[in-house]
Design a protein around this ligand. Structure first.
Ligand SMILES: Nc1ncnc2c1ncn2[C@@H]1O[C@H](COP(=O)(O)OP(=O)(O)OP(=O)(O)O)[C@@H](O)[C@H]1O
Ligand SMILES: [Mg+2]
Length: 394
């Protein structure tokens, strides 16, 4: 049940109408503070249209540090880009127009889910200490449909949940990104929020564009409409990744299958390139072209991990054929399974739903390659798997 802050009694009652026992109505933000102090189980605060905006921003910014699990939903007569931007910077999770009952209900539900996720993950929404030096890991394949997004989302969740690391997944497939849909996240905030901050992006601005998954994984989502992607420049991607690297242990980047200026910007600052390939001639040709390009640009071969996805698919090329073309052994073989598309359709990554599944186990090996390097995966004992790594934590 949310706490509803609104000085006008009739408006407050209207806002409260959809909640069981009609929510808890208070008139001032000070009273909200008292309510939160009295009941640590309160997770959602609705700030009504007659509460002064600057007070609402200050309230949200303060709660972000002392009660990060509490989510604020701001209701305004008119929702415009200016209010939206400032609200997000202050850490307000949702802004909804007054009198839109459904929008308010949906926003509160999303807000509550995020709050529960943060509570479960047992850590604040904002990573506690900027000043890390995380790894940037880019997933790229020149052929579409190799499994980049399935692998990125599963890997992100595995690293965040099972390895206990602070992880951010950035969807650089700006025109057709699927990260939000595969993780069932609402793209209320996307990378486009960074556009007005280009050249002066700071920690608060960066935090304001993150959308959290219930596993604790943070995401920077792709724009909702393809046209918006044109506003995002290559230098902005470099700036954003540089900022994320200071707050997260691992910054994972999912990409489209074209070497856009955004992808090249990410490749440039990456510590590891994850290169998935499926056992098909077209995918293999794409990988060969990618390798030539990476060589040409001078990226070190040691920074590459080859991920042979759907390794066991019938009528596929043999592992030996593939490794001959690649010139190196595959770091991890991931099995083909109908459970993968089924998990995509459900919006629940397979590593979360079925950690013991052969595909999930293979993703755990990719996680190991990310945290410890390729050699750790090839270690026949494989005992390091599922170790709870705290590497890089402050
Ligand atoms: N190991 C697997 N077993 C079965 N199906 C898989 C496997 N890996 C990926 N898929 C399926 O292949 C399809 C493409 O996967 P995905 O969207 O992750 O590829 P992508 O490389 O991100 O594609 P795009 O280039 O279009 O972004 C999805 O339907 C997914 O469910
Ligand atoms: Mg994809």
């Amino acid at each position: 049940m949310p706490v509803i802050c609104e000085p006008d009694e009739s408006v407050a009652k209207r806002l409260a109408a959809g909640f069981r026992e009609h929510g808890r109505i208070v008139r001032t933000l000070r009273a909200v503070d008292e309510r939160l102090a009295a009941d640590p189980a309160e997770l959602v605060v609705i700030i009504g249209p007659h509460v002064e905006l600057s007070g609402a921003f200050a309230f949200a910014a303060a709660r972000r540090s002392d009660r990060p699990e509490v989510g604020v939903v701001l209701v305004r007569e008119k929702v415009d880009v200016g209010v939206m931007g400032e609200a997000m910077r202050a850490g307000i999770r949702e802004v909804v127009p007054d009198r839109d009952f459904q929008a308010l209900m949906d926003a509160c539900r999303r807000c509550w889910e995020v709050s529960r996720g943060i509570q479960k993950a047992g850590r604040p929404e904002a990573p506690p200490s900027p000043g890390r030096d995380g790894k940037i890991v880019v997933m790229f394949a020149a052929k579409g449909g190799c499994g980049k997004t399935v692998l990125s989302t599963n890997l992100g969740v595995a690293l965040a949940e099972r390895e206990g690391l602070h992880v951010c997944l950035v969807d650089l497939d700006l025109a057709f990104g699927d990260v939000a849909i595969m993780l069932r996240l609402s793209p209320q905030r996307t990378i486009v929020h960074a556009v007005p901050m280009a050249g002066r992006l700071d920690e608060t601005g960066m935090q304001s564009m993150l959308v959290r998954h219930e596993s604790g994984l943070a995401t920077v989502l792709a724009p909702v409409s393809p046209g918006e992607s044109e506003q995002v420049s290559g230098p902005l991607v470099t700036e954003l990744l540089g900022m994320l690297k200071r707050s997260f242990d691992v910054v994972l980047v999912d990409t489209p299958s074209q070497l856009s200026e955004h992808v090249l910007a990410a490749m440039d600052v990456a510590d590891r390139h994850l290169l998935p390939v499926t056992p098909e001639v077209t995918a293999l040709k794409g990988l060969r072209v990618t390798l030539d390009m990476l060589d040409l640009l001078g990226y070190p071969p040691a920074a590459r991990s080859f991920l042979l996805n759907r390794a066991d698919i019938k009528a596929g090329l043999s592992v030996a054929d593939i490794e001959k073309v690649v010139g190196a052994p595959a770091t991890v073989h991931l099995p083909h399974s109908q459970d993968v598309p089924a998990s995509v359709n459900r919006g629940v990554p397979l590593v979360r739903q079925d950690p013991g599944h052969a595909f999930s186990q293979a993703v755990a090996r990719v996680a190991l390659a990310v945290t410890e390097g390729n050699e750790a995966v090839r270690d026949p004992g494989g005992r390091k798997l599922f170790r709870r790594s705290r590497a890089g934590r402050g």
